[in-house]
Design a protein around this ligand. Structure first.
Ligand code: PNS
Length: 167
């Protein structure tokens, strides 16, 4: 059984993330969305539980039931490789949108490999139509009253609307 972990901040999940996970689910038997509790980048706008709930709804609303059943959603704190080991996962999945992602992803992949040689990183090129997307842009656009319905799944739009501009 091939098990993969898709780690990230997912604050919030975008159509780009959904594209990557659905393609990963075509390759791996089980994929874990692993939501980092405290992203380093910035203070998260959505609490961990909200991110987990939005991802579960987004996956269930966009993937066929047999695929959604193979995508688990959990939070984690600590090292990605430790979470992988705890789930018997031997692959980390990451999306690559553009060349600008490459350097930091290369660094992470090599570091994780050094920490856990039995775990390999597999990259999926984010679909072209989603390659401009980023969670931080979505947050900014939404906070300024812009329309993000083409960028994030309805499960996120509902939560953003519930907050108005108070991000
Ligand atoms: O969505 P992001 O913010 O680009 O995801 C980054 C993430 C969560 C994959 C990365 O920060 C991570 O793996 N954090 C967990 C701590 C860890 O394992 N650090 C060493 C990775 S090289």
């Amino acid at each position: 059984m091939k098990i993969a972990v898709y780690p990230g901040s997912f604050d919030p999940i975008t159509f780009g993330h959904l594209d990557v996970v659905s393609r990963a689910a075509a390759v791996f038997d089980q994929v874990y969305f692993a939501v980092l509790v405290n992203p380093r980048k910035s203070e998260p706008i959505f609490a961990t539980d909200e991110r987990l709930a939005a991802i579960r709804e987004a996956v269930d609303e966009s993937c066929p039931p047999d695929v959604a059943a193979r995508i688990a959603i959990e939070s984690f704190d600590g090292l990605t490789v430790d979470f992988c080991r705890g789930r018997d996962a031997t692959f980390v999945v990451r999306g690559l949108r553009a060349i600008s992602d490459f350097e930091s992803e290369l660094q992470m992949a090599h570091t994780n490999r050094k920490l856990a040689p039995e775990i390999d990183t597999v990259f999926f090129m984010t679909a072209l139509e989603h390659s401009y997307l980023s969670s931080s842009l979505v947050k900014e656009i939404s906070a300024l009253g812009g329309d993000v319905t083409q960028m994030v799944p309805p499960a996120v739009v509902r939560r953003l609307n519930a907050r108005g501009r108070s991000l």
